[in-house]
Design a protein around this ligand. Structure first.
Ligand SMILES: [Zn+2]
Ligand SMILES: [Zn+2]
Length: 73
């Protein structure tokens, strides 16, 4: 078992602890959802990608609500 020195979470694998200390522990949530108005933030880029898939179901790209609708000339 491996435990984090900072928050004492316990991991079974050294790699999991490494991921935790590198990407999670004490890290600010650096990645935020790119959908305007969505407050979602995460420490991991992958989480944001998953959030985008789950919460803003990308049926078609034109479904994304934008405050600046593209002008078709
Ligand atoms: Zn920790
Ligand atoms: Zn979002």
């Amino acid at each position: 078992m491996y435990s984090c020195n900072s928050c004492h979470k316990i991991y079974r694998h050294a790699a999991s602890l490494y991921n935790h200390t590198t990407f999670d522990c004490g890290k600010p949530k650096r990645f935020s959802c790119s959908i305007p108005g969505c407050p979602y933030k995460s420490k991991r880029h992958n989480n944001v990608k998953q959030h985008m898939r789950l919460k803003h179901v990308l049926r078609s790209e034109s479904n994304i609500v934008s405050p600046h609708p593209s002008i078709i000339c």
